[in-house]
Design a protein around this ligand. Structure first.
Ligand code: GTP
Ligand code: MG
Length: 195
């Protein structure tokens, strides 16, 4: 599946701008700057497909990417951005919650968590939102290249224990580095099984 070409379809800043629901979709969620856009680029092997940035909260739309006419990858705007004004948070909640609840073709969410930080309350809020929307999600640790092996083992064990107690969470935890390619084949295989 991931050998196929991936192309940008469109961005949606509101629920009335979503593309027509046809192909199966997988949405990427996570705190601002966690590496969602970078992970989409690593998965698809296209360095500049999804826009990455050092400025947290840069992506404020849902961005849709068509993977070989088989699967749609949805890059979602990040959350947990400390300096975000209230109005922006409300807009985010309307857009993301509305999308998660109403999207019939959405098969899976990938919740990205920074290896250096582990699960934060904003991630727990996201998982609650997914539980309520009945969207199966899987957690992925990002930026593994920034940690030593022992630190990575510790955050892996802690995170896995917590997600195992959640209802709609997929019981696997993939450790990734978009920079080094760690975990990318495993995540590709997982997503390919959904297409
Ligand atoms: P928002 O769109 O703002 O929510 O951020 P995002 O989650 O899409 O993050 P993005 O992919 O733009 O990455 C944020 C920063 O982290 C960029 O500077 C990336 O280069 C860096 N980054 C992403 N993945 C990795 C990784 O695996 N390793 C390292 N070392 N840096 C990474
Ligand atoms: Mg992004």
């Amino acid at each position: 599946l991931f050998a196929r070409e991936c192309t940008f379809m469109q961005g949606a800043s509101g629920l009335d701008h979503l593309p027509e629901a046809s192909l199966t979709e997988v949405a990427f969620a996570g705190r601002s700057n966690v590496g969602k856009s970078s992970l989409i680029n690593a998965l698809t092997g296209r360095n500049t497909l999804a826009r990455t940035s050092n400025t947290p909260g840069r992506t404020q739309e849902l961005n849709f990417f068509n993977l070989g006419g088989r699967l749609v990858l949805v890059d979602m705007p990040g959350y947990g951005f400390a300096q975000a004004p209230k109005g922006l948070v409300e807009k985010w909640t309307r857009l993301v919650n509305g999308f998660l609840k109403g999207r019939s073709v959405l098969r899976r969410a990938v919740v990205l968590v920074d290896s250096r930080h582990g699960l934060k309350d904003s991630d727990r809020d996201m998982m609650k939102m997914l539980d309520k929307a009945a969207v199966v999600y899987q957690v992925v640790l990002t930026k593994a290249d920034k940690l030593k092996a022992a630190e990575l083992d510790a955050v892996h064990a802690r995170t896995l224990e917590e997600i195992r107690s959640r209802v709609a969470a997929h019981p696997t935890l993939i450790v990734t580095s978009s920079e080094k390619g760690t975990g990318i084949p495993e995540l590709r295989a997982e997503l390919a099984s959904l297409a």
